[in-house]
Every structure is written in structure tokens, then in C-alpha cells.
Design a protein around this ligand. Sequence first.
Ligand SMILES: Cc1cc2nc3c(=O)[nH]c(=O)nc-3n(C[C@H](O)[C@H](O)[C@H](O)COP(=O)(O)O)c2cc1C
Length: 224
Amino acid sequence: MSTATHALHFEILCGSERAQGNTELVAEHMQSLFRGLGASAGLIRLREHRIDPCGRCGECNLRTVPCAQDDDMPAIVRRLQAASGLVYAVPVHGYGMAHPMQIFIERAGVGYLRFERPLANKVAGAVVTGRRYAHEPVFNQLVNNILLNRMILVGSGYPATVRGGSPGAALQDSEGLEAVRSLASRMVGMARLLQSIPAEDVTAFLSPDTTNERITRRIAVSPT
Ligand SMILES: Cc1cc2nc3c(=O)[nH]c(=O)nc-3n(C[C@H](O)[C@H](O)[C@H](O)COP(=O)(O)O)c2cc1C
């Protein structure tokens, strides 16, 4: 039985193209919230990494080995794997999510997360920034991705959607920031709760369904 407690570490994945834009400012704010709760937190700025979009092969549903594209994706996924939990933080663009995060999700899903579900049982949360419109569809997409990957989503009360169009305005949205605070607090609490359970029990209770649905043949995919 192992209930080893180690320092909690979270990674915040920031999907904005802009340095010191609203999303990055909120992500940095959340970093300091995690630190105030006794955890460390890294910030992965997708804009600083080479992440190529999906290519033209179109064979994702048939591949039995990870994506062959050679860029920064594996290193980012390894960083996420090493963390106790992670946060997706992204701005709304054109009523959808900004493209760095969309590309990350497409590439990570098929290339790195599908086969082993390596992020299963990580504590996870989503933060969406934007001027005013379509935060919720973006939030819902992130939540679906978290659940697809068998992560453990904790509620923050109202969703962590933060309003602000002009630079820095998001840090004035007290209601949005209260949801971010609640999210960070509950993520740390859930991670500590998981730490208090023997690791074998977490795996035994939560992991039977963490492998590729296609490998376990619960979903058949025709090659045609
Ligand atoms: C190309 C583009 C499209 C945008 N589309 C939306 C939108 O559909 N809904 C919205 O509320 N805000 C929209 N915005 C505003 C941004 O979400 C807002 O400025 C946000 O703070 C940007 O985050 P950032 O500073 O981290 O880049 C858009 C901004 C850009 C640049």
C-alpha cells in the first residue's frame, strides 16, 4: 500500500498567441493562486512551442502507433504527465477557441493521448477568456476533452469564464476571477484527496477503462 505524499505540481497550458494578453495574465494569476495553496505551477505557453497542425494523412482512426510528426508535442505531453493536474486556458476567437489550443488538442488527442490515456486520473480544469461572446461553447469543448481523456474535473461553482476585451481587462472581472480561485482551490483539494488514497486503489478503481476504445474493440472502426 503506498500513500506517499509528494509536493503537488500543476501545469497551466496557455493557448493564446499574445504575450501578456488576458489569457496569459489570468494563467499567471492562477499560478500564484496554486502557489498560495502550497503547490507549484508551471505555465506552458503554446505560442513558444513548435506545434504543427495535423497533416494530410487522415489516418488517425486507423493508426496503431502514435503520430509521426516531429515537433514539441511529445515534450509537452511529458510535462503534463509529470504533473498532478493541469489547466487548459484559452481565449475565444471567432466564437471558437484560439487556434494554438485547437491544434494542440487535435494533435495531442490522436498522436499522444489516445493509445494509453496517459493523463487519466489527473485533476483538471478549464479557464476561458474573451470579450463577451461564446465562452461557454469553448468551455464545453475543453470539458469534453478533459472527460475524454479520463481526467478528473472538479467544479468551481460557475464556470471559470473570464471577461475582458482590452489588454488587462480580464484582471478586473472579479466574478470570473472568483471562479478561477475556486477552481484552483478545489483542484488542490482533489489532488490532495487522491494522494491520501493508496496509488494502487486509484488505479484499480479508476483505470480499467483508460485504454484506447478501438483497441479494446468496444468501438469498431472500419477501414473504409
Ligand atoms: C481574432 C479574434 C477573434 C475574437 N473573437 C471573439 C469572440 O468570438 N468572442 C469574444 O468574446 N471575444 C473575441 N475576441 C476577443 C478576445 O477573446 C479577447 O480580446 C481576449 O482577451 C483575447 O485573449 P488574449 O489577450 O489572451 O489573446 C476575439 C479576438 C480576436 C483577436
